[in-house]
Design a protein around this ligand. Sequence first.
Ligand SMILES: [Fe+2]
Ligand SMILES: [Fe+2]
Length: 505
Amino acid sequence: MADKGKSLKLQQWTKKDVALVITTYVINAIVFALLFVGVFVLNAVTDGKPARGALSDALAIFDFAVIMVLILAVSAVYFWFEDRDFLRRASNSQMLFLIWELGVAICFLSGKFINPYVRPIAFVAILTLFLSNTGTAIFSNFIFTTVMFTYDAFTGTFTSFESDFSIVFFLAMGLFSGIIAIYCMKELYSRLKILLVSFIISLPSLICIILPMVEFGGGQVLLNVLSGALSGPFAAAVFIILLPVFEGIFKKVTCFKLSELTDHKAKLIRKLITQAPGTFNHSIIVSNIAEACATAIGEDALLTRTCAYYHDIGKLRRPEFFKENQADGINPHNDLTPELSANIIKSHTQDGYIFALKNGIPRDIADICLQHHGTMPMLFFYDKAKKFTDGEVALSNYCYAGPKPQSKIAAIIMIADGAEAAVRSLKTRTRDSVSVAVKKIVSERMQLGQFDECELTLKEINIIIHTVINSLSGVYHDRIKYPKVSLEGLEIEEETSREENSQKD
Ligand SMILES: [Fe+2]
Ligand SMILES: [Fe+2]
């Protein structure tokens, strides 16, 4: 979840981008305003007034329109100066307005036909949080609560209920419920936990219901308190129902989606386990290393882990051509020309990308399949080709097609992947030899400009190097010498029990 995409490299804005962002925002704002006109009319009809009655007070409608324009303008200014890249994708703007629009519809219906205090105001904050990031969620909550406050002020939702003052409590209730929801649910990856924690979201509602009643008195106390207590779980339930819909429509990668993708029962993971077990084991080790690196430099650890799980799925097309799957010792490359071998090996990045998208894997993860080798050369096959060829051998024929890593996560996977393979092939795996191998892998990639197109800093590269060394030293360690005790003669022999292929640990 959340705060993802921050590692994507910053892109220049063109006039076309600006025009597209403004057009999308204005169209969405008009649709949002029209929805409110519909809600006003419905409110009037359900109150027994003629539909025109709600729109007849031109001054009130004008006032409401002015306030709405101001609120949406504040929202536009915030995004333009604080989170411009969020709006860059037109779908993000559409997503945010759709959340607000559904919020208005659900709150209107539940408030009108059940009780105004049961309205699931906080679901807007929770849904925005899991589909974008904390900052956007806080701001989305602020905008939505203000919009609903304005609506309540114009329709007199609470004046008929308790007192004029209740509406101020409603504003506080909405703001606090959303903020509490954001900070209580930020790290929750289980729908059940979200449902349980949702009762905490009801606390501000309960306080804001009880306080004005103590002050001003009022009927329906029990019904209002019960409604307030259920507003949190109602918000959580609406969120749980709507999240998969938003994930599907806007192709968003949430923590729930990532948890599903890293489940060993997931379709492509099952295929890796059965058809390319060596690649699966390699991917697991790479995922552990990459996750540690992501945590160390403040990137999204779960997204990084998932990317590592899927980075080599392109090998499923011809698993036997990759060393880690040649358990029977048969190497089909012995019968191929170096050029053909190189083509087969390098095609696993493109195959992985296509395979991932065909199987509904989110684009952010599919991109890693394409980028994890960058434009690195395959020197083994290049050297082999030079031995068998009299003339010049073009190095470009023996390089991966790229592109180079475009994000910090792609760079982390590239380093973890290369380092794991290099350390696995070492005969002696002491901490020093692991350290030398990892530094060599990173320095080769830096010299070949593989990190030039992502935002990775030198400081972060150093942190990654140390994290990879620590992780790999833990995975590929030489085992201690166990004394072998003979029960008969109490003879003690020393035995070296280092396993040949410790990557199978
Ligand atoms: Fe690969
Ligand atoms: Fe790999």
